[in-house]
Design a protein around this ligand. Structure first.
Ligand code: ATP
Ligand code: MG
Length: 409
């Protein structure tokens, strides 16, 4: 919610501040470019101004600009704000206006900060809080609201950032994803199954700066159009967070290979299959200059996800398999999927379920699995990776940057 007259959005970033000046400057530039692209992608008109430790968005659409910032990796929080003269009287007036807009009962608090201007003004931040609080109180009473103050746990918090030349008044610090700007790491291949977990895992890597190349492995008769459709729609959602990137879904036609594996392998079949998927992903990574694989596994969530079996499947490839959900419970993963916007698109069990035996292996041993594995699976995975189908989504043409280009912290 923004105060009346808000025409600027203050955007805060976090971890970039821990970097050396050289790296930090590069990352800030990347953040600005990415934010600019998200704004443009959503048709929000805003001019970005680089400030110290902050970006300012000058805009007529404070809500749209705030929402865009809150979906940009690297952003910690965003506040649509009104700018006034740095005098107690102007601040009181702005707070009263803001209260009429954003305070309609419960307890409130005014939190003030004087950023680096200790001697510039004849009042302290405590003065602002006390004077501002009384302005809010009066405005509320005049509007028929019964005001109450709670400095520790307010229902409504009104913020003042007092600086040398102006003061900002705002009603919220909307949380962004945090993390680092997208494109500050080299890309990884994201295995997307159409399930709940895998898009969250991909998003977590994006959040830390790594662009993803989404890959769905088509299991042929063991997969299904429903899974594929969900992989497509979750990819579209992920792409909204990355308008500068090529986030088109790649589909690997693995039906024949999977059928042969299913026929040839009984005990340990799931592990052989998952090792095959990783090999396909590794072949795609090699082709596209990606430096890892990300998957949505979580310890013990499925028989193929025991610590022993994760060891067996990881060993199929030289590239690291990133598993950001490794220790995250399903309820938490589901909540994150909901926030990211991928949840509703992915509420069916993934196709692997149809391949799983009644009593699947939970303690695979690498040597035994290798012995049962049909020969030539690596070559076969490469052949599958050579025949990728690229899904031209609704966002086609938006991302024209090469995801292989990264910039390391
Ligand atoms: P999800 O984890 O996406 O919700 P799931 O929980 O059913 O699906 P599994 O089928 O055990 O998980 O798969 C574990 C991981 O392997 C997935 O998170 C995903 O990264 C990857 N994966 C599984 N099936 C496919 C597929 N058909 N194509 C691409 N990746 C897949
Ligand atoms: Mg899962």
């Amino acid at each position: 919610m923004h105060p009346p007259g808000a025409d600027v959005v203050v955007v805060r970033h976090g971890e970039i501040g821990t970097k050396s000046e050289h790296v930090g400057t590069k990352m800030e530039r990347r953040l600005r470019e990415n934010l600019d692209a998200v704004l443009a992608d959503r048709g929000v008109d805003a001019e970005i101004e680089q400030r110290r430790f902050r970006l300012w968005l000058h805009t007529d659409d404070p809500e749209g600009a705030t929402a865009a910032a809150a979906d940009t990796f690297g952003v910690v929080s965003a506040s649509p704000a009104v700018r006034v003269d740095p005098t107690i009287e102007s601040i009181r007036e702005a707070l009263a206006e803001a209260a009429r807009q954003g305070y309609d009962g419960g307890a409130f608090a005014v939190s003030a900060r004087r950023a680096g201007v200790e001697s510039a003004h004849p009042f302290s931040s405590t003065d602002i809080e006390r004077e501002g609080g009384s302005a809010v109180w009066n405005a509320a009473e005049a509007a028929g609201v019964d005001p109450e103050v709670d400095l520790d746990d307010p229902d409504t918090e009104l913020f003042v950032d007092c600086r040398e030349d102006d003061a900002l008044v705002f009603l919220e610090k909307r949380a962004g994803p945090g993390g680092l700007p997208l494109g500050t790491q080299d890309p990884v291949v994201a295995l997307l199954s159409g399930g709940i977990d895998s898009p969250v895992a991909a998003w977590e890597l994006m959040k830390r700066g790594a662009p993803v190349i989404p890959l769905y492995v088509d299991l042929g008769d063991y997969g299904g159009v429903d899974h594929r459709a969900r992989a497509v729609s979750t990819t579209e959602t992920l792409a909204r967070y990355a308008p500068t990137r090529d986030v088109r879904l790649r589909i690997a036609p693995a039906g024949d290979a999977v059928a042969d594996i299913a026929e040839a392998v009984d005990v340990g079949r799931m592990l052989v299959l998952r090792r095959f998927m990783f090999r396909v992903a590794a072949a795609v990574a090699e082709e596209r200059g990606a430096v890892g694989i990300v998957a949505g596994e979580s310890v013990g969530q499925k028989s193929s996800q025991t610590t022993a079996n994760l060891a067996v499947t990881s060993a199929a490839v030289d590239l690291p398999v990133h598993r950001p959900l490794l220790t995250v419970d399903k309820t938490e993963i589901t909540a994150r999927a909901d926030e990211i916007g991928t949840f509703h698109e992915s509420t069916i069990p993934a196709g692997c379920d149809r391949l799983a035996p009644d009593y699947p292996e939970t303690r695979g041993r690498l040597g035994a699995i290798r012995e049962r594995e049909p020969a030539g699976l690596s070559e076969r995975a490469r052949a599958v990776a050579d025949r990728l189908e690229v899904v031209e989504g609704a966002r086609d043409g938006v991302g024209d940057r090469d995801p292989a280009e990264g910039e390391t912290a």
